[in-house]
Design a protein around this ligand. Sequence first.
Ligand SMILES: [Zn+2]
Ligand SMILES: [Zn+2]
Length: 258
Amino acid sequence: MPRNAIDITTDGHVHTRLCHHARGEMEEYVQAAVAAGLKKIIFLEHYETGIDYFEATWLTEADFVYYHGEGRRLAEKYQGIIEIGTGVEVGANPEHLPEAVDFLGKFNWERIGLSYHYLKTDEGYVNMVSRRPASIALMERIGVENVAAAYFDGLKKALAVLPSDVVCHLDAVMRHCPTFSFSENDFARTVEILALMREKDVALEVNTSGFALRGEPFPSLRLLKEAQRLGVRLVAGSDAHRPEDVGRYFDQLAELVG
Ligand SMILES: [Zn+2]
Ligand SMILES: [Zn+2]
C-alpha cells in the first residue's frame, strides 16, 4: 500500500461500555465489525490522568486489566474471522505526562492514540469536545481562541513525551461550540503538529465521526491533504460509542483520501 493511502478494512478506534459514555460489550463491537466486513478492529478505550471532573469518562487500571483479558479471549474466539487488538486513547494532561508514561508502560498496547480532551481552567477541568451547554459556556467565557491556543500547545507537549502511534480527531476541539471556527492561525498551528508527527512517524487518524456532524471527517479534508503532502500516514477510525457505528462512513474514505 502506498504510504499515503488509507486501509479501510481496519477500524482502529472503537469504545465499549467500560468508559461509561458508550454502550455495548466488547463482543458486540466485534460482531458489528464482522457484519461490516472488516478484517480488523482495534479497541481504543479512554485513559485520562489527573483529571478532576464530575463524571469519569475513562477506565480505571482494574478496568484495563479486564479489558485486555477480554480482548485476548475474543481474539482467540474469532481467530480466522477477524483480528482484534486492544489499544488506548490516552488523553493529554500537560501537567501529568510522566504519570501517563508510567501507566502506558504497564500494558502491551496494540495501538496508542493521543487525544486532548480535558483542559484545566480556573473553574476546573472542561471537556473541549463536549456538547454540554455548561462546557460550551465555560469555553466561551475563557475565549474560544484561548482554548484553541491551549489545545494545540498542550497537544504538542504531549506528543513530545508520550509514546504515541496515532493522533486522534486532531481538529475536533470545540466541535460542538457554535462560536468557534477554525482560523488560519489554527490551521498553521495544526500544520506544525503534522510536521512533528511526520518527524516521529506518528500517524494521523481519519475519524469518521465527523461525517455525521459536519459532512467531513476529523480532521478536515484540507488538513488531510496537507498531511498527505507532508507524508504523514493515515489510519481510519470510527470512534464508535455504539456497536452499530463500527466502520461508519468508511466507504467514503477511499475516494476522499485513497
Ligand atoms: Zn468517548
Ligand atoms: Zn477522543
